[in-house]
Each structure stands twice: as C-alpha cells, then as structure tokens.
Design a protein around this ligand. Structure first.
Ligand SMILES: N[C@@H](CCC(=O)N[C@@H](CS)C(=O)NCC(=O)O)C(=O)O
Length: 321
C-alpha cells in the first residue's frame, strides 16, 4: 500500500492484513483543531483560528472517511469558506495521486501525490513525518501544515468552529442527544464503517465470519432504530447520520460484492433504505456521491481480493425518492 518513513515515500510496505487475518486501520497522526479564536482544541496545538479561505480539504470521491468530511462541509455551509482538492479515485504505488488528464488536480500546490502534502507539512515540530498517508487531510494555508487527518475530528470541528462566520447549519452534536450520538458513532465505526473493511480485507474465514456477522447485526439494529425515529439519534439530522451515510451509499454497489457483505442488500431494509434515500435527496448530497467510482474503485485489481481486476456490471439501483 505504501507508507511514509522520515518524510520519504516507500512504495511497498507489504502490509495488507495482520497475521491472524484481521485487518486493522491505522491511527490518525494529525489531531489539531480549528477553533473560533485559535485556542487549543481537545488535542494538539493552538493557533488554528476559524477564518474564511484559510483551510483546504484534500479528499478522494471513493473514500468514505473523506466523504463524511465533505458532508459536514456541505451541511454546515462551509463550501465557500473551505476549498477542496480531489485526488484521483485510485490507489497507486504512490498512494493517492492526482491525475490532471482526468481533472483531479491539487489546486494548492500542483502536487503529483498526496504524500507530497504530508512531506510538505512534516509533523509540525520541524521533524519529518512517519506514518500512513491517508485522506481526508485538512490543510492550513496560513501555517503551511496539516491540521488534521482524522475525519471524526474534522466533522466535529466543522460543526462548531465556523459558527461566527458561516451561515447557520443544523447543530450536528447537540447536548441533549450526545449520549445517543456517541453510542451510535462507536458502534457504527467498529462494526460497520470499518466492519465492511474488516470483512473485505479479512484473510481468514474466522476473521471474515466475525466481521460479516457484525456488519449485518448493525444494519438490523439501524433498521429497527429507523422504524422509530426519522434520523439515527432522534428526529433531526446529526453527526451520526453523516458518519453512516457514506457506508450506506457504497453498500450495494461495492461492499456487497467486493467485500463479500452479501447477506442482505441495503435496498432489502424497509426503514434503512428509505432513510438512505432521504439523506441522498438533501440539497447537495447527491453531488458528493459517485456510484460508478465506487463500483469500479472497490473492484479494482488487487492481488488478494480481485486478481483479474474484472469489475461487475451492476447493480442498477435508483436512489430517486
Ligand atoms: N482515521 C482516518 C482513516 C482514513 C483512511 O483510512 N483513509 C483511507 C482511504 S478510504 C486511506 O487514505 N488509506 C491509505 C493508507 O492507509 O495507506 C479517518 O477517518 O480520517
């Protein structure tokens, strides 16, 4: 997959799964926070004040973690304040790359690859970066360094930091619903957002069986919840919905086949499927969704999962309300 060591990209780290066959996601390394006045947030350094045209978000359309950051930027009306660059929806021996011919351009630096953004930032303490090179990446144009590469933090800082300078959007993490939101976030992260990857990247039957069972137990629980409430944590949109939607959007077209999550389809769920379509119909959301990219991307050539690289033709699913 490739990894960065002391600021230098190494194309082949030879890592796909752990020896017991269970796949684990790396821990994010940049955990600073944008705050209204630049005071330090829950983790990391101070100095990242909320300002218009100061921050830039690097994403890829196929990445579900980047997708939740894009959704938060959308519903919090930050599109005019925070610019984006979109990496090509493919992984190469250089990791995430740009592809000018197909319109995937680094609008800040004209970089060839996202790893160059990590090199340019360093760790922020004068030392070079060692670690995985992931999207999303939130970049500070003023200080010339990465603020955060943790999508959960990015969603949360977008919810609050820009309130004084952006048109009001929905409160995504209200005090009175935090317990419910936290509980869903925890469960969904482990058993669904990441659960589909644990199923798809599992290299032993036992690891796959556990992950796949958890995926469908969680979808069943979500369906039961959505029989009761319009949104996941009550009757208004919250962070939990934004963290769930990217996984739902990819489910039938990608995870069902590419990650062997094929016990049921999203469209088989009587409450979850109409809910997913309702989120898709919110203004601007459809522009963040790219089904054909998911279909081709998740089924791309992979030594372990799809050695021929042949991609399936469907399914044809209408997300119209
Ligand atoms: N914790 C990170 C995870 C992001 C992540 O794993 N992104 C994937 C793409 S979907 C990636 O860039 N992986 C590259 C790698 O691990 O080398 C977040 O939620 O922001």
């Amino acid at each position: 997959m490739g990894v960065m060591i002391d600021g230098v990209w190494r194309a082949d780290d030879g890592i796909e799964a752990d020896p017991d066959g269970e796949w684990r996601r790396a821990v994010s390394s940049y955990r600073h926070w944008i705050t209204p006045d630049g005071a330090a947030g829950p983790t990391g350094d101070a100095g990242f004040a909320a300002e218009s045209d100061r921050y830039h978000l690097y994403v890829a359309w196929n990445c579900p973690w980047a997708h939740r950051a894009l959704l938060a930027r959308l519903v919090k009306n930050l599109e005019g304040l925070i610019s984006i660059s979109v990496a090509a929806p493919k992984r190469t021996d250089q990791g995430w790359v740009f592809d000018l011919a197909n319109g995937y351009v680094d609008r800040l630096f004209g970089a060839d690859a996202i790893h160059q953004i990590y090199t340019r930032s360093g760790r922020g303490d004068g030392k070079a970066y060692t670690g995985r090179v992931t999207v999303p990446v939130l970049w500070d144009k003023r200080m010339g360094r990465i603020v955060s590469n943790e999508s959960a933090d990015i969603v949360r800082m977008f919810n609050t930091a820009f309130a004084a300078i952006a048109p009001a959007g929905p409160e995504l993490y209200p005090e009175d619903r935090r317990d419910a939101i936290d509980a869903w976030n925890d469960r969904i992260y482990r058993t669904l957002n990441n659960g589909v990857y644990r199923a798809g990247f599992a290299s032993s039957q036992a690891a796959y069986d556990v992950a796949a069972a958890e995926v469908f137990e969680t979808l069943d629980a979500l369906d039961a919840q959505l029989a009761e409430t319009a949104y996941l944590a009550g009757d208004a949109l919250s962070e939990a919905d934004l963290r769930l939607f990217p996984t739902l959007a990819r489910f039938d077209v990608a995870y069902y086949s590419a990650f062997k999550c094929n016990k049921r389809r999203l469209i088989d769920y009587p409450h979850l499927w109409p809910y997913a379509k309702r989120l898709y119909a919110l203004p601007g959301v459809a522009d963040t969704v790219h089904f054909d990219i998911y279909r081709r991307g998740y089924h791309s050539k992979s030594a372990n999962r799809n050695p021929t690289g042949v991609t399936p033709v469907g399914p044809d699913i209408s997300w119209a309300p």
